[in-house]
Design a protein around this ligand. Structure first.
Ligand SMILES: NC(=O)c1ccc[n+]([C@@H]2O[C@H](COP(=O)([O-])OP(=O)(O)OC[C@H]3O[C@@H](n4cnc5c(N)ncnc54)[C@H](OP(=O)(O)O)[C@@H]3O)[C@@H](O)[C@H]2O)c1
Length: 218
């Protein structure tokens, strides 16, 4: 992404909390875009050969490294994971929150207060932006897998934080016109609740690699 004057923006130090499917799908694209990416693991020494050269560190070291954090932990565990970090490493930082909480029965864990809202309430100094909850990680990392344009949603209280997250999305190949700002973090509930629709569509199509599109009126 470039500034209005055409000057390239400086790379970001990105700390990805989690080393699972989403972490490993997104990290290569951000590294290719020039960002300084660390994946945070509970057990960094147990990194697996299939992770290739992706840089892995402990969760505290990843948080200390980052200017932007990405939450890709299980949504039922995210508040505990964040609570285990030094508050100084969270203060003022952007958190791109992709997580969704599921019970062991496959139901949503955050029915009243969304996970995004819970994180923002619990860690008020974080600048939480909920996004990418309505798409599979293969498509998140490579929107060119789709046959046409789609919509990705952003919810968060801090406009600057949303701009940072939008930059990380465009760096993965998402065009700016695909990004729809839903307003404050209260709209995270809607994003998380799409999970049920997402699973039903995936079953119907027999494929997770699809995306949703908001079609405005004429
Ligand atoms: N998969 C998708 O396409 C997709 C799409 C949209 C949203 N999401 C959401 O994004 C998040 C990540 O999804 P994922 O598919 O990457 O999940 P995943 O493969 O299960 O990875 C989650 C990672 O979180 C870390 N973690 C930290 N604390 C944990 C704990 N207490 N228990 C288990 N793992 C813990 C683990 O890394 P370490 O073992 O290295 O610590 C684990 O690899 C989830 O909240 C999911 O609902 C996923």
């Amino acid at each position: 992404m470039r500034t209005d004057t055409g000057t390239p923006l400086p790379p970001l130090r990105v700390g990805v909390l989690g080393t699972g499917n989403v972490a490993r799908a997104l990290a290569p694209g951000w590294i290719a875009a020039g960002h300084d990416v660390l994946l945070g693991s509970r057990t960094p020494a147990a990194r697996k050969p299939e992770w290739g050269d992706l840089p892995v560190a402990s969760l505290p070291d990843t948080a200390a490294h980052a200017e932007v954090l990405v939450n890709v932990t299980p949504g039922t565990e995210s508040v505990t994971v964040l609570g285990g970090l030094d508050p100084a490493d969270l203060s003022g930082k952007v958190l791109m929150d992709i997580a969704v909480g599921f019970t062991p029965e496959g139901r949503l864990s955050h029915l009243e207060e969304s996970l995004g809202e819970e994180i923002q309430r619990t860690f008020p100094r974080l600048r939480v932006v909920k996004t990418f909850t309505t798409v599979d990680c293969a498509v998140m990392a490579d929107p060119a897998l789709l046959t046409g344009p789609s919509t990705q949603f952003l919810s968060g209280d801090d406009p600057d934080a949303k701009r940072v997250v939008a930059r990380l999305m465009t760096d993965l190949g998402w065009p700016e016109e695909a990004l729809l700002d839903l307003g404050g973090i209260g709209a995270a509930a809607g994003q998380e609740h799409v999970a049920y629709l997402f699973v039903a569509i995936a079953r119907s199509l027999g494929d997770y690699r699809f995306s949703l599109r908001v079609v405005p009126p004429k």
